[in-house]
Design a protein around this ligand. Structure first.
Ligand SMILES: C[S@@+](CC[C@H](N)C(=O)[O-])C[C@H]1O[C@@H](n2cnc3c(N)ncnc32)[C@H](O)[C@@H]1O
Length: 494
Protein backbone atom coordinates (compact mmCIF):
# COMPACT_ATOMS: atom_id res chain seq x y z
CA UNK A 1 0.00 0.00 0.00
CA UNK A 2 1.22 3.48 -0.79
CA UNK A 3 1.92 5.76 2.15
CA UNK A 4 -1.13 7.99 1.66
CA UNK A 5 -3.44 4.99 1.77
CA UNK A 6 -2.97 4.38 5.49
CA UNK A 7 -3.66 6.46 8.59
CA UNK A 8 0.07 6.43 9.36
CA UNK A 9 3.21 6.11 7.30
CA UNK A 10 4.55 2.53 6.98
CA UNK A 11 7.26 3.45 9.49
CA UNK A 12 4.57 4.92 11.75
CA UNK A 13 2.53 1.71 11.63
CA UNK A 14 5.65 -0.27 12.49
CA UNK A 15 6.35 2.09 15.39
CA UNK A 16 2.76 1.73 16.61
CA UNK A 17 3.06 -2.04 16.46
CA UNK A 18 6.26 -1.85 18.50
CA UNK A 19 4.59 0.36 21.10
CA UNK A 20 1.50 -1.85 21.42
CA UNK A 21 3.54 -5.05 21.61
CA UNK A 22 6.02 -3.63 24.10
CA UNK A 23 3.26 -2.39 26.39
CA UNK A 24 1.34 -5.72 26.01
CA UNK A 25 -1.71 -3.83 24.78
CA UNK A 26 -3.36 -7.13 23.83
CA UNK A 27 -6.58 -8.75 25.06
CA UNK A 28 -4.67 -10.97 27.50
CA UNK A 29 -2.27 -8.21 28.51
CA UNK A 30 -5.17 -5.90 29.34
CA UNK A 31 -7.13 -8.60 31.15
CA UNK A 32 -4.05 -9.52 33.24
CA UNK A 33 -3.47 -5.89 34.10
CA UNK A 34 -7.07 -5.04 35.00
CA UNK A 35 -8.11 -8.28 36.66
CA UNK A 36 -11.53 -9.89 36.32
CA UNK A 37 -13.57 -7.26 38.14
CA UNK A 38 -12.35 -4.24 36.17
CA UNK A 39 -12.43 -6.27 32.93
CA UNK A 40 -16.07 -7.13 33.63
CA UNK A 41 -16.78 -3.46 34.31
CA UNK A 42 -15.21 -2.40 31.00
CA UNK A 43 -17.46 -4.87 29.17
CA UNK A 44 -20.43 -3.01 30.69
CA UNK A 45 -18.95 0.44 29.95
CA UNK A 46 -18.27 0.93 33.66
CA UNK A 47 -14.69 2.17 33.71
CA UNK A 48 -14.38 3.04 37.42
CA UNK A 49 -12.35 0.00 38.46
CA UNK A 50 -10.25 0.13 35.27
CA UNK A 51 -9.35 3.78 35.91
CA UNK A 52 -8.34 2.95 39.47
CA UNK A 53 -6.15 0.09 38.25
CA UNK A 54 -4.35 2.35 35.76
CA UNK A 55 -3.59 5.37 37.95
CA UNK A 56 0.19 4.96 37.74
CA UNK A 57 0.11 5.65 33.97
CA UNK A 58 2.84 3.35 32.76
CA UNK A 59 2.56 2.72 28.97
CA UNK A 60 -0.01 -0.10 29.26
CA UNK A 61 -2.05 1.85 31.82
CA UNK A 62 -2.03 4.93 29.60
CA UNK A 63 -3.06 3.00 26.48
CA UNK A 64 -5.91 1.41 28.44
CA UNK A 65 -7.04 4.82 29.71
CA UNK A 66 -6.96 6.37 26.23
CA UNK A 67 -8.20 3.57 23.96
CA UNK A 68 -10.38 1.52 26.30
CA UNK A 69 -11.70 4.03 28.86
CA UNK A 70 -11.87 7.00 26.44
CA UNK A 71 -9.98 9.38 28.76
CA UNK A 72 -8.14 12.56 27.90
CA UNK A 73 -4.55 12.24 29.12
CA UNK A 74 -1.57 14.62 29.17
CA UNK A 75 0.28 14.79 25.87
CA UNK A 76 3.67 13.88 27.33
CA UNK A 77 2.30 10.77 29.02
CA UNK A 78 0.59 9.56 25.84
CA UNK A 79 3.70 10.35 23.79
CA UNK A 80 5.73 8.14 26.14
CA UNK A 81 3.19 5.30 25.89
CA UNK A 82 3.16 5.39 22.08
CA UNK A 83 6.91 5.80 21.56
CA UNK A 84 8.58 5.15 19.16
CA UNK A 85 5.51 6.44 17.27
CA UNK A 86 5.75 10.19 17.02
CA UNK A 87 2.79 11.86 18.75
CA UNK A 88 2.48 14.49 16.01
CA UNK A 89 2.09 11.74 13.39
CA UNK A 90 -0.53 10.00 15.55
CA UNK A 91 -2.53 13.25 15.76
CA UNK A 92 -2.05 14.00 12.08
CA UNK A 93 -3.26 10.51 11.12
CA UNK A 94 -6.32 10.82 13.33
CA UNK A 95 -5.24 8.15 15.81
CA UNK A 96 -5.40 10.79 18.55
CA UNK A 97 -7.19 14.11 18.80
CA UNK A 98 -6.37 17.12 20.94
CA UNK A 99 -9.00 17.60 23.59
CA UNK A 100 -9.03 20.01 26.54
CA UNK A 101 -5.49 20.18 27.89
CA UNK A 102 -4.45 16.76 26.59
CA UNK A 103 -5.15 14.19 23.88
CA UNK A 104 -7.72 11.45 23.56
CA UNK A 105 -8.48 8.62 21.14
CA UNK A 106 -9.35 9.74 17.63
CA UNK A 107 -10.11 6.18 16.56
CA UNK A 108 -11.19 2.96 18.17
CA UNK A 109 -7.99 0.94 18.46
CA UNK A 110 -8.97 -2.43 19.86
CA UNK A 111 -6.89 -5.46 20.65
CA UNK A 112 -8.70 -8.33 19.02
CA UNK A 113 -7.97 -11.90 19.98
CA UNK A 114 -4.53 -12.06 21.51
CA UNK A 115 -2.70 -11.43 18.28
CA UNK A 116 -4.53 -8.72 16.43
CA UNK A 117 -5.55 -5.08 16.63
CA UNK A 118 -8.43 -3.59 14.69
CA UNK A 119 -8.78 0.08 13.81
CA UNK A 120 -12.22 1.61 13.39
CA UNK A 121 -14.04 4.83 14.20
CA UNK A 122 -15.11 5.68 17.72
CA UNK A 123 -18.77 4.55 17.97
CA UNK A 124 -21.65 7.04 18.23
CA UNK A 125 -22.41 5.87 21.76
CA UNK A 126 -18.96 6.94 23.01
CA UNK A 127 -19.27 10.57 21.83
CA UNK A 128 -22.95 11.48 22.30
CA UNK A 129 -24.04 14.50 20.32
CA UNK A 130 -21.17 14.33 17.85
CA UNK A 131 -22.48 13.53 14.35
CA UNK A 132 -20.95 10.45 12.74
CA UNK A 133 -18.74 10.89 9.69
CA UNK A 134 -20.65 9.92 6.53
CA UNK A 135 -17.86 7.40 5.90
CA UNK A 136 -17.88 6.19 9.50
CA UNK A 137 -15.83 3.00 9.76
CA UNK A 138 -17.69 0.41 11.76
CA UNK A 139 -16.05 -1.34 14.69
CA UNK A 140 -16.71 -4.89 15.79
CA UNK A 141 -20.46 -4.88 16.31
CA UNK A 142 -23.11 -7.57 16.59
CA UNK A 143 -23.56 -8.05 12.83
CA UNK A 144 -19.79 -8.20 12.35
CA UNK A 145 -19.58 -11.00 14.89
CA UNK A 146 -22.52 -12.82 13.36
CA UNK A 147 -20.69 -13.05 10.04
CA UNK A 148 -17.40 -13.97 11.72
CA UNK A 149 -19.14 -16.84 13.51
CA UNK A 150 -21.14 -17.98 10.47
CA UNK A 151 -18.23 -18.11 8.03
CA UNK A 152 -17.24 -21.62 6.98
CA UNK A 153 -13.58 -21.70 8.03
CA UNK A 154 -12.03 -24.31 5.78
CA UNK A 155 -8.71 -23.87 3.98
CA UNK A 156 -9.19 -22.06 0.66
CA UNK A 157 -6.96 -20.56 -1.98
CA UNK A 158 -8.61 -17.21 -2.63
CA UNK A 159 -10.95 -15.24 -0.40
CA UNK A 160 -12.79 -11.97 -0.91
CA UNK A 161 -14.26 -9.58 1.67
CA UNK A 162 -16.78 -7.19 0.07
CA UNK A 163 -17.20 -3.98 2.09
CA UNK A 164 -14.24 -4.58 4.35
CA UNK A 165 -14.47 -1.47 6.57
CA UNK A 166 -12.06 -2.01 9.46
CA UNK A 167 -10.75 -5.16 7.76
CA UNK A 168 -11.86 -7.49 10.54
CA UNK A 169 -13.44 -10.09 8.23
CA UNK A 170 -10.29 -10.05 6.10
CA UNK A 171 -8.20 -10.68 9.23
CA UNK A 172 -10.21 -13.83 9.91
CA UNK A 173 -10.01 -14.88 6.26
CA UNK A 174 -6.24 -14.63 6.45
CA UNK A 175 -6.22 -17.56 8.91
CA UNK A 176 -7.52 -20.00 6.29
CA UNK A 177 -7.07 -18.41 2.85
CA UNK A 178 -3.81 -18.29 0.91
CA UNK A 179 -4.68 -14.87 -0.48
CA UNK A 180 -7.13 -12.22 0.67
CA UNK A 181 -8.75 -9.51 -1.43
CA UNK A 182 -10.84 -6.85 0.26
CA UNK A 183 -12.92 -4.09 -1.29
CA UNK A 184 -14.76 -1.02 -0.15
CA UNK A 185 -16.45 1.92 -1.82
CA UNK A 186 -15.15 4.27 0.89
CA UNK A 187 -11.57 5.57 0.57
CA UNK A 188 -11.67 6.29 4.29
CA UNK A 189 -12.61 2.70 5.11
CA UNK A 190 -9.82 1.44 2.85
CA UNK A 191 -7.34 3.62 4.75
CA UNK A 192 -8.47 1.98 7.99
CA UNK A 193 -8.36 -1.52 6.46
CA UNK A 194 -4.89 -0.92 5.06
CA UNK A 195 -3.70 0.25 8.47
CA UNK A 196 -5.31 -2.75 10.20
CA UNK A 197 -3.60 -5.05 7.68
CA UNK A 198 -0.16 -3.49 8.11
CA UNK A 199 -0.47 -3.33 11.89
CA UNK A 200 -1.10 -7.07 11.90
CA UNK A 201 1.66 -7.85 9.42
CA UNK A 202 -0.85 -8.80 6.70
CA UNK A 203 -0.65 -8.30 2.98
CA UNK A 204 -4.08 -8.03 1.35
CA UNK A 205 -5.12 -6.84 -2.07
CA UNK A 206 -7.26 -3.79 -1.34
CA UNK A 207 -9.54 -2.46 -4.08
CA UNK A 208 -11.87 0.47 -4.20
CA UNK A 209 -15.28 0.40 -5.89
CA UNK A 210 -18.97 -0.39 -5.76
CA UNK A 211 -19.69 -3.90 -4.50
CA UNK A 212 -18.43 -6.48 -7.00
CA UNK A 213 -17.31 -3.95 -9.64
CA UNK A 214 -13.61 -3.94 -8.60
CA UNK A 215 -13.40 -7.73 -8.98
CA UNK A 216 -15.42 -8.06 -12.19
CA UNK A 217 -14.37 -11.15 -14.14
CA UNK A 218 -12.57 -12.74 -11.18
CA UNK A 219 -13.60 -15.76 -9.14
CA UNK A 220 -12.93 -16.69 -5.51
CA UNK A 221 -13.17 -19.82 -3.39
CA UNK A 222 -14.79 -17.94 -0.54
CA UNK A 223 -16.59 -14.61 -0.55
CA UNK A 224 -17.88 -12.95 2.61
CA UNK A 225 -19.73 -9.69 3.00
CA UNK A 226 -21.29 -7.70 5.79
CA UNK A 227 -22.67 -5.15 3.33
CA UNK A 228 -24.58 -1.96 4.11
CA UNK A 229 -27.79 -3.97 4.30
CA UNK A 230 -30.16 -1.55 6.01
CA UNK A 231 -33.46 -1.30 4.10
CA UNK A 232 -35.39 1.87 3.40
CA UNK A 233 -36.05 4.44 0.69
CA UNK A 234 -32.53 4.22 -0.71
CA UNK A 235 -31.15 7.42 0.83
CA UNK A 236 -27.52 7.30 1.84
CA UNK A 237 -26.39 9.23 4.89
CA UNK A 238 -23.86 6.74 6.29
CA UNK A 239 -22.02 4.44 3.96
CA UNK A 240 -21.46 1.66 6.52
CA UNK A 241 -25.22 1.25 6.77
CA UNK A 242 -26.84 2.58 3.57
CA UNK A 243 -26.21 0.97 0.20
CA UNK A 244 -28.13 3.57 -1.80
CA UNK A 245 -30.28 0.72 -3.12
CA UNK A 246 -34.03 0.88 -2.61
CA UNK A 247 -35.58 -1.59 -0.17
CA UNK A 248 -33.67 -4.84 0.21
CA UNK A 249 -32.16 -4.74 -3.30
CA UNK A 250 -28.59 -5.13 -2.00
CA UNK A 251 -29.48 -8.70 -0.93
CA UNK A 252 -30.88 -9.69 -4.32
CA UNK A 253 -28.06 -7.89 -6.13
CA UNK A 254 -25.42 -9.94 -4.30
CA UNK A 255 -27.39 -13.13 -5.02
CA UNK A 256 -27.41 -12.31 -8.74
CA UNK A 257 -23.68 -11.52 -8.70
CA UNK A 258 -22.70 -14.70 -6.83
CA UNK A 259 -22.52 -17.22 -9.71
CA UNK A 260 -19.92 -15.16 -11.56
CA UNK A 261 -17.88 -14.62 -8.39
CA UNK A 262 -17.44 -18.21 -7.27
CA UNK A 263 -15.05 -20.91 -8.36
CA UNK A 264 -16.44 -24.44 -8.73
CA UNK A 265 -17.25 -25.57 -5.18
CA UNK A 266 -16.87 -21.97 -3.95
CA UNK A 267 -18.92 -20.51 -1.10
CA UNK A 268 -20.35 -17.04 -0.59
CA UNK A 269 -21.77 -15.86 2.72
CA UNK A 270 -23.35 -12.52 3.47
CA UNK A 271 -25.65 -10.78 5.88
CA UNK A 272 -28.89 -9.25 4.70
CA UNK A 273 -32.13 -7.65 5.70
CA UNK A 274 -35.28 -8.53 3.78
CA UNK A 275 -38.72 -7.02 3.96
CA UNK A 276 -41.85 -8.94 4.91
CA UNK A 277 -44.52 -7.50 2.63
CA UNK A 278 -48.21 -7.76 3.51
CA UNK A 279 -49.89 -10.45 1.39
CA UNK A 280 -46.60 -12.08 0.36
CA UNK A 281 -44.70 -15.00 1.85
CA UNK A 282 -41.37 -13.56 2.98
CA UNK A 283 -39.57 -16.86 2.44
CA UNK A 284 -40.85 -17.27 -1.12
CA UNK A 285 -39.87 -13.71 -1.91
CA UNK A 286 -36.31 -14.28 -0.65
CA UNK A 287 -36.09 -17.70 -2.34
CA UNK A 288 -36.81 -15.94 -5.65
CA UNK A 289 -33.47 -14.13 -5.33
CA UNK A 290 -31.70 -17.43 -6.03
CA UNK A 291 -33.90 -18.80 -8.82
CA UNK A 292 -31.76 -19.44 -11.87
CA UNK A 293 -28.44 -18.82 -10.10
CA UNK A 294 -27.57 -22.54 -10.19
CA UNK A 295 -26.30 -22.21 -6.61
CA UNK A 296 -27.27 -24.13 -3.51
CA UNK A 297 -28.67 -21.56 -1.11
CA UNK A 298 -29.39 -21.61 2.57
CA UNK A 299 -31.05 -18.52 4.01
CA UNK A 300 -31.29 -18.43 7.78
CA UNK A 301 -33.54 -15.82 9.33
CA UNK A 302 -32.13 -15.00 12.78
CA UNK A 303 -34.21 -11.96 13.75
CA UNK A 304 -37.41 -10.17 12.80
CA UNK A 305 -38.13 -6.55 13.77
CA UNK A 306 -41.22 -4.41 13.34
CA UNK A 307 -40.69 -1.20 11.32
CA UNK A 308 -40.77 1.12 14.33
CA UNK A 309 -38.19 -0.86 16.30
CA UNK A 310 -36.07 -1.20 13.16
CA UNK A 311 -36.00 2.52 12.35
CA UNK A 312 -35.32 3.34 15.98
CA UNK A 313 -32.40 0.93 16.08
CA UNK A 314 -30.73 2.35 13.00
CA UNK A 315 -31.32 5.99 13.90
CA UNK A 316 -29.83 5.31 17.35
CA UNK A 317 -26.88 3.60 15.69
CA UNK A 318 -25.87 6.87 14.03
CA UNK A 319 -26.87 9.02 17.01
CA UNK A 320 -30.01 10.42 15.31
CA UNK A 321 -32.66 8.77 17.47
CA UNK A 322 -34.24 12.11 18.28
CA UNK A 323 -34.92 13.10 14.65
CA UNK A 324 -38.70 12.78 14.19
CA UNK A 325 -38.61 13.84 10.53
CA UNK A 326 -36.15 11.16 9.54
CA UNK A 327 -38.17 8.62 11.45
CA UNK A 328 -41.46 9.68 9.84
CA UNK A 329 -40.02 9.61 6.30
CA UNK A 330 -38.58 6.15 6.83
CA UNK A 331 -41.78 4.77 8.37
CA UNK A 332 -43.87 6.34 5.58
CA UNK A 333 -41.76 4.47 3.06
CA UNK A 334 -42.38 1.21 4.87
CA UNK A 335 -46.15 1.95 4.95
CA UNK A 336 -46.23 2.83 1.26
CA UNK A 337 -44.53 -0.46 0.41
CA UNK A 338 -46.68 -2.53 2.79
CA UNK A 339 -43.66 -3.56 4.83
CA UNK A 340 -44.90 -5.28 7.96
CA UNK A 341 -41.57 -6.45 9.33
CA UNK A 342 -37.89 -6.70 8.47
CA UNK A 343 -35.98 -9.95 8.69
CA UNK A 344 -32.25 -10.24 9.32
CA UNK A 345 -30.12 -13.23 8.62
CA UNK A 346 -27.28 -15.08 7.00
CA UNK A 347 -27.22 -16.12 3.37
CA UNK A 348 -24.88 -18.97 2.44
CA UNK A 349 -24.46 -19.92 -1.22
CA UNK A 350 -22.40 -22.61 -2.76
CA UNK A 351 -21.53 -23.41 -6.32
CA UNK A 352 -21.99 -27.15 -5.93
CA UNK A 353 -22.44 -27.93 -9.60
CA UNK A 354 -25.65 -29.85 -8.97
CA UNK A 355 -28.27 -30.13 -11.71
CA UNK A 356 -31.05 -29.38 -9.26
CA UNK A 357 -29.64 -27.03 -6.61
CA UNK A 358 -31.41 -26.75 -3.28
CA UNK A 359 -32.78 -23.42 -2.09
CA UNK A 360 -33.80 -23.47 1.55
CA UNK A 361 -35.14 -20.39 3.36
CA UNK A 362 -35.95 -20.92 7.00
CA UNK A 363 -36.42 -19.33 10.35
CA UNK A 364 -33.75 -20.28 12.84
CA UNK A 365 -34.07 -17.99 15.80
CA UNK A 366 -33.03 -20.35 18.56
CA UNK A 367 -29.67 -19.97 20.29
CA UNK A 368 -27.14 -22.11 18.47
CA UNK A 369 -23.91 -23.69 19.56
CA UNK A 370 -21.01 -21.67 18.17
CA UNK A 371 -19.32 -21.56 15.79
CA UNK A 372 -22.25 -21.56 13.40
CA UNK A 373 -19.86 -21.75 10.44
CA UNK A 374 -19.12 -25.39 11.28
CA UNK A 375 -22.84 -26.15 11.13
CA UNK A 376 -23.22 -24.36 7.81
CA UNK A 377 -20.27 -26.25 6.32
CA UNK A 378 -21.74 -29.54 7.51
CA UNK A 379 -25.14 -28.62 6.03
CA UNK A 380 -23.59 -28.22 2.58
CA UNK A 381 -21.76 -31.55 3.05
CA UNK A 382 -25.10 -33.18 3.76
CA UNK A 383 -26.56 -31.58 0.64
CA UNK A 384 -23.75 -33.21 -1.34
CA UNK A 385 -24.74 -36.55 0.16
CA UNK A 386 -28.43 -36.03 -0.60
CA UNK A 387 -28.08 -34.63 -4.08
CA UNK A 388 -26.33 -37.66 -5.53
CA UNK A 389 -28.84 -40.16 -4.09
CA UNK A 390 -32.31 -40.91 -5.38
CA UNK A 391 -34.88 -42.18 -2.83
CA UNK A 392 -33.86 -45.78 -3.54
CA UNK A 393 -30.20 -45.03 -2.82
CA UNK A 394 -31.15 -43.11 0.33
CA UNK A 395 -32.95 -46.14 1.72
CA UNK A 396 -29.98 -48.38 0.97
CA UNK A 397 -27.83 -46.43 3.47
CA UNK A 398 -27.42 -47.08 7.19
CA UNK A 399 -28.02 -44.20 9.61
CA UNK A 400 -27.32 -43.34 13.18
CA UNK A 401 -29.35 -40.86 15.27
CA UNK A 402 -27.47 -37.68 16.22
CA UNK A 403 -25.57 -37.83 19.47
CA UNK A 404 -27.55 -36.78 22.53
CA UNK A 405 -30.84 -36.53 20.62
CA UNK A 406 -33.70 -35.95 23.04
CA UNK A 407 -37.40 -36.71 22.98
CA UNK A 408 -39.71 -34.28 24.73
CA UNK A 409 -43.31 -35.23 25.28
CA UNK A 410 -46.44 -33.44 26.33
CA UNK A 411 -49.15 -35.69 27.69
CA UNK A 412 -52.49 -35.31 29.43
CA UNK A 413 -53.56 -37.51 32.29
CA UNK A 414 -56.95 -39.09 31.64
CA UNK A 415 -59.01 -42.04 32.94
CA UNK A 416 -56.81 -44.44 31.01
CA UNK A 417 -53.53 -42.94 32.16
CA UNK A 418 -51.23 -40.59 30.21
CA UNK A 419 -52.27 -39.76 26.66
CA UNK A 420 -49.40 -38.32 24.61
CA UNK A 421 -50.43 -35.08 22.86
CA UNK A 422 -47.17 -34.04 21.28
CA UNK A 423 -43.72 -35.50 20.73
CA UNK A 424 -40.81 -33.28 19.89
CA UNK A 425 -37.30 -34.30 18.89
CA UNK A 426 -34.69 -31.90 20.19
CA UNK A 427 -31.04 -31.66 19.21
CA UNK A 428 -29.08 -30.43 22.22
CA UNK A 429 -26.05 -29.52 20.10
CA UNK A 430 -25.29 -27.59 16.94
CA UNK A 431 -28.25 -25.69 15.57
CA UNK A 432 -30.49 -27.07 18.33
CA UNK A 433 -33.38 -27.88 16.02
CA UNK A 434 -36.62 -29.03 17.56
CA UNK A 435 -39.18 -30.93 15.46
CA UNK A 436 -42.62 -32.23 16.25
CA UNK A 437 -42.83 -35.76 14.87
CA UNK A 438 -45.30 -38.64 14.69
CA UNK A 439 -44.79 -42.02 16.38
CA UNK A 440 -43.67 -43.77 13.20
CA UNK A 441 -40.90 -41.29 12.49
CA UNK A 442 -39.99 -41.41 16.15
CA UNK A 443 -39.61 -45.18 15.88
CA UNK A 444 -37.52 -44.77 12.72
CA UNK A 445 -35.16 -42.29 14.41
CA UNK A 446 -35.05 -44.34 17.62
CA UNK A 447 -34.10 -47.45 15.67
CA UNK A 448 -31.36 -45.72 13.67
CA UNK A 449 -28.35 -47.35 15.34
CA UNK A 450 -26.23 -47.70 12.23
CA UNK A 451 -26.63 -51.47 11.87
CA UNK A 452 -29.38 -52.02 9.30
CA UNK A 453 -29.89 -50.36 5.94
CA UNK A 454 -32.89 -48.07 6.25
CA UNK A 455 -34.98 -50.20 3.86
CA UNK A 456 -34.66 -53.19 6.23
CA UNK A 457 -35.41 -51.00 9.22
CA UNK A 458 -38.55 -49.76 7.45
CA UNK A 459 -39.66 -53.34 6.67
CA UNK A 460 -39.56 -54.14 10.40
CA UNK A 461 -41.46 -50.94 11.19
CA UNK A 462 -44.09 -51.77 8.54
CA UNK A 463 -44.80 -55.10 10.26
CA UNK A 464 -44.92 -53.51 13.72
CA UNK A 465 -47.28 -50.73 12.60
CA UNK A 466 -49.28 -52.87 10.21
CA UNK A 467 -48.61 -50.83 7.06
CA UNK A 468 -47.58 -51.95 3.58
CA UNK A 469 -43.73 -51.95 3.33
CA UNK A 470 -43.70 -50.35 -0.14
CA UNK A 471 -46.06 -47.59 0.89
CA UNK A 472 -43.98 -46.88 3.95
CA UNK A 473 -40.76 -46.86 1.93
CA UNK A 474 -42.27 -44.42 -0.58
CA UNK A 475 -43.57 -42.10 2.12
CA UNK A 476 -40.26 -42.26 3.99
CA UNK A 477 -38.11 -40.84 1.16
CA UNK A 478 -38.71 -37.10 1.72
CA UNK A 479 -38.86 -37.54 5.51
CA UNK A 480 -35.49 -39.25 5.56
CA UNK A 481 -34.04 -36.56 3.31
CA UNK A 482 -35.29 -33.91 5.73
CA UNK A 483 -33.91 -35.75 8.78
CA UNK A 484 -30.53 -36.10 7.08
CA UNK A 485 -30.53 -32.46 5.98
CA UNK A 486 -31.01 -31.32 9.57
CA UNK A 487 -28.47 -33.82 10.88
CA UNK A 488 -31.08 -35.61 13.02
CA UNK A 489 -29.92 -38.89 11.51
CA UNK A 490 -26.45 -39.24 10.04
CA UNK A 491 -25.30 -41.66 7.38
CA UNK A 492 -22.82 -44.24 8.62
CA UNK A 493 -19.75 -44.66 6.44
CA UNK A 494 -19.01 -48.24 5.34
C1 LIG B 1 -21.61 -2.91 7.70
S1 LIG B 1 -20.03 -2.31 7.21
C2 LIG B 1 -19.07 -3.80 7.41
C3 LIG B 1 -17.66 -3.57 7.79
C4 LIG B 1 -16.86 -4.86 8.12
N1 LIG B 1 -16.72 -5.69 6.95
C5 LIG B 1 -17.52 -5.64 9.24
O1 LIG B 1 -17.93 -6.78 9.02
O2 LIG B 1 -17.62 -5.09 10.34
C6 LIG B 1 -20.26 -2.18 5.47
C7 LIG B 1 -19.05 -1.77 4.69
O3 LIG B 1 -19.39 -1.73 3.30
C8 LIG B 1 -18.87 -0.57 2.70
N2 LIG B 1 -19.74 -0.20 1.57
C9 LIG B 1 -20.86 0.56 1.58
N3 LIG B 1 -21.39 0.64 0.36
C10 LIG B 1 -20.59 -0.08 -0.44
C11 LIG B 1 -20.60 -0.35 -1.83
N4 LIG B 1 -21.56 0.13 -2.61
N5 LIG B 1 -19.60 -1.10 -2.34
C12 LIG B 1 -18.61 -1.58 -1.53
N6 LIG B 1 -18.55 -1.35 -0.22
C13 LIG B 1 -19.52 -0.61 0.33
C14 LIG B 1 -18.87 0.46 3.81
O4 LIG B 1 -17.93 1.48 3.57
C15 LIG B 1 -18.52 -0.41 5.03
O5 LIG B 1 -17.15 -0.47 5.22
Amino acid sequence: MAEQDMLLSPAGVEALRTALTRARFTSNGIADRLGPQATGGVARNDFRAALKATEDRDPLATLIRVFICDQTEPEAVVAAALAPLDLAEAVEGGLLERHGDGVRAGVDLEPYGDEWWVLADVPASARPGRPLHSEHVLGIGGATQTLIGATVRRPVGTALDLGTGSGVQALHLSTHARSVTATDVSPRALRFAATTAALNGQDWELLRGDMVAPVAGRRFDLVVSNPPFVVGPGTTTHVYRDSGRVGDAIGSELAAAAPALLTEGGTMQYLANWVHVAGEQWDERVADWFAGTGLDAWVIQREVADPMAYVNLWLTDVGEAADPQRMAAWLDWFDAHKVEAIGFGIISLRRGGHADPVVRVEDLRQRVEPPMGDQIGAWFDRQDFLQVRDPEALLAERYRAAEGLQLRQEATLGDEGWAVDRQVLAMPHGLRWTEEIDPLVLALVGGADGRLPLRDQLALLAVAHDVAPDELAEAAGPIVAHLVERGIIEPVAD
